[in-house]
Design a protein around this ligand. Structure first.
Ligand code: ADP
Ligand code: MG
Length: 286
């Protein structure tokens, strides 16, 4: 998170001059609102050059929920996720229109510090990407640069608490000075989760966090996601319908850049309202 954040420019902003007349409002089926919204996304369209990545997306992400983002490859799940902490800023040619608010704050407000935004909206990627540093320093890095830890004692406490919450402490407490990259894949992913939660985020974005992991490591991460939900709002991209059914409360189905349908996960899986959703969940697409 932080290496990318450091290299980002703050110049990216929704392009208010873009010609949006050609994008017809897209009617998403289902309830896009959440009673406990942390993030609100309104009329968001993203282009890569002339090509549309996602179009007219409207949805809330609420606290204490896991929102699963599903749909065939290339439908815009990662594009959507990257909007939420402005990771698209660092992609050349990428433009956006629309509004995204985090607890009411416009995330494109020029006064908003994008490095701080990325602490408030943490991200975990498909491939675990620990820094080439010790296990300890991977977790301590964020709190240090954000001034959350003044003393070594403070830092020790945050590192231990974050590793405990990520379910990794018992496995690593005796080797905190060893490189994070020396851990197994599942442990590295939990280390990346510990790194994200060490800076006390409000929202955690996860882009297929288990697709490089074996079933046992996957089960461990799924348990963890369910625990983390008590404290954070979580948006989870997954290719696994079983995973979406196991860990999410709401599911959003994307198709060719459109948010086709959103609803309670149980409803989406048992009684989808849109035929495109039905085709996908019954395995006719994707
Ligand atoms: P998903 O995560 O659902 O597989 P993506 O968000 O990666 O979908 O992609 C949505 C669309 O945007 C696709 O058509 C993809 O080719 C395009 N796209 C994604 N990233 C880039 C990029 N960096 N440059 C150009 N086009 C991109
Ligand atoms: Mg993707």
């Amino acid at each position: 998170m932080s290496t990318v954040a450091a290299s980002a420019t703050a110049a990216f902003a929704p392009d208010r001059t873009a010609d949006v007349s050609r994008s017809e409002p897209y009617e998403t089926v289902g309830e896009i609102h959440s009673p406990s919204a942390r993030i609100t996304v309104r009329d968001v369209t993203v282009w890569y050059g002339e090509k549309i990545g996602i179009e007219n997306v409207n949805i809330d992400i609420g606290s204490n929920e896991v929102l699963a983002l599903v749909g065939p490859s290339g439908c815009g799940k990662s594009t959507f996720l990257r909007c939420l902490n402005r990771m698209n800023d660092i992609i050349d040619n990428c433009r956006m229109t629309g509004t995204i608010r985090l607890d009411g704050d416009d995330i494109f407000d020029p006064k908003l510090d994008v490095v701080l935004l990325r602490a408030r909206v943490g991200m975990v990627f498909q491939k675990p990407n620990p820094f080439p540093k010790s296990i300890y320093d991977n977790v301590a890095y964020g709190p240090r640069i954000h001034g959350l830890a003044e003393t070594r004692v403070d830092t020790d406490e945050i590192v231990q608490r974050s590793l405990e919450r990520a379910g990794l402490w018992e496995e690593v407490k005796d080797r905190l000075e060893q490189p994070g990259t020396g851990l197994s894949g599942g442990q590295q992913q939990r280390l990346c989760i510990a790194r994200a939660i060490a800076v006390s985020p409000e929202v955690i974005l996860m882009d297929e966090p288990c697709s490089a992991l074996d079933p046992i490591a996957t089960a461990r991460i799924e348990e963890l996601i369910d625990e983390l939900r008590q404290q954070y709002a979580i948006a989870l991209v997954t290719h696994s319908m079983q995973q979406a059914a196991r860990v999410s409360q709401r599911t959003a189905y994307f198709h060719l850049g459109h948010l086709v349908e959103v609803g309670e996960t149980s409803q989406i899986f048992t009684n989808p309202r849109h035929t495109l959703t039905e085709d996908y969940i019954t395995g006719r697409v994707g």
